[in-house]
Design a protein around this ligand. Sequence first.
Ligand code: AN7
Length: 362
Amino acid sequence: MQHPSSKEQITHWQGLIRQYASYLPVTDTTPIITLNEGNTLLIKLDNFVRKIGGEFDLYLKYEGLNPTASFKDRGMTMAISKAVEKKAEVVICASTGNTSASAAAYAARANLKCVVLLPDGNIAMGKLAQALMYGAQTIAVDGNFDDALRIVRELGATGKVEVVNSINPSRIEGQKTAAFEICDQLGRAPDFHFLPVGNAGNITAYWKGYQEYHAAGIVNARPRMCGYQAAGAAPIVDGQIYEHPETIATAIRIGNPASWQAANHAIKSSDGWIGKVTDEEIVEAYMLVAQTEGVFVEPASAAPLAGLIKCVKAGRIPEGSLISATMSGHGLKDPDRAIQCAAKKPIKSEATLEAVSKLIGL
Ligand code: AN7
């Protein structure tokens, strides 16, 4: 086999900052802290669409394939690179789990101290394992995400720590690249983009990305942005703070989103909408996409799919539409919920051919 030329060697994917530098607030001297995030697959879900009675093309942006298994890595490569550039020593975030996993990983790579504040008892096990494993100082706050974010904002105001929640504009900049990739992969902008909404940073970021690609003349249209919150944590839908947000989709168990106004702007200016789905509807979509497509998402990522099911029933999606949806986090993040929802236990068997054959009816 021939060795690749040195030119070919440097053309492999080296993360989204290098790929989209001209659209990002970086210079030639910005240190790039990367785990080669981005460049995630776009996977077509024909079985799922058929099953829900839709007549359109649905592509899932498989963000669970990022290095820490969620879309947060896109924002974190930017936030941590900028933190290193400004010589920060400590980074901090409040998190429902995925932000903390990502912050911890990128901080480890940058040799920065990382502190994460998590709502005690409401973090999926995989995410907690990540924060601990990457070596972040992990604080379980006796409150919810909104309480933790309030404390983090106050700590940020001291100037002693760098906040890497999505109130840090670098996070939004990194996350907007998912919209660029979708346009690059489809060769056009989708008609609708469905995604889950929690703290509302990602809907803000996608809309920014779609607008920038449109303004640059790379695509000639922009999608309608369709966000979904859990019914027990739907402050934007209802126009009021939820003091006690509740949902099994712990990633989006947020009652007072930081990017509330920006999300409303995205929805309005894209002629989109925001809706809410019950935990039952989330679980139905969560199971359906796993069992019809082999795509295992975490519950929050099933919220927009549940929303899409409702839209199909309501006749809201024109035939022939091109739809993209964000698979924001991998299903393996929350194995407890998966095992509970599957409601099936492994069948025990004697270790013999006869016993197994009998069980499977051969
Ligand atoms: C899988 O990790 O807020 O609306 O602290 O983990 O941009 O907040 C996670 C959010 C959707 C919502 N899907 O995105 C956190 C956190 C998954 C998530 C969202 C989150 P935003």
